[in-house]
Design a protein around this ligand. Structure first.
Ligand SMILES: [Zn+2]
Length: 124
């Protein structure tokens, strides 16, 4: 629902108004996966708060990827009783599919840490 930071984060929306999109292209556009506008198209919130702002988002994406990979490996190996090689193959295949989303999600999480929802953004 609108106003929930979690909802806005996973849908890759602007942290301030929860309406504008953070990214300009579809998540399946692998050519330019991280192209963001300079401002929110709806409330004009700046997306790059300072030069190199998204550098820290790299660590978030490492953490999510590692967590996801261990989780998936355990799921295939223990849950589906596959061989370890097969578990690795499935895990890598799935992570490749969601890789762009993880990168974007990391940036989304990052900017949501710094910019809070402002329900009165229209009035400023
Ligand atoms: Zn906005």
């Amino acid at each position: 629902m609108k106003g929930s930071a979690l909802y806005s984060t996973v849908r890759l929306k602007c942290p301030r108004c929860h309406e504008g999109d953070l990214f300009q292209t579809s998540v399946f556009d692998y050519k330019d996966p991280l192209s963001m506008g300079t401002n929110c198209p709806v409330c004009k919130q700046k997306y790059h708060l300072e030069p190199g702002f998204y550098w820290g988002a790299m660590f978030v994406s490492y953490a999510i990827s590692a967590f996801l990979m261990f989780g998936l490996l355990a799921l295939f190996y223990f849950g589906f009783n596959t061989s370890l090689n097969a578990a690795f193959a499935w895990t890598i295949a799935l992570v490749v599919v969601v890789f762009v989303y993880i990168l974007r999600l990391s940036r989304s999480i990052w900017i949501h840490l710094f910019v809070k929802y402002d329900k009165n953004w229209q009035h400023e």
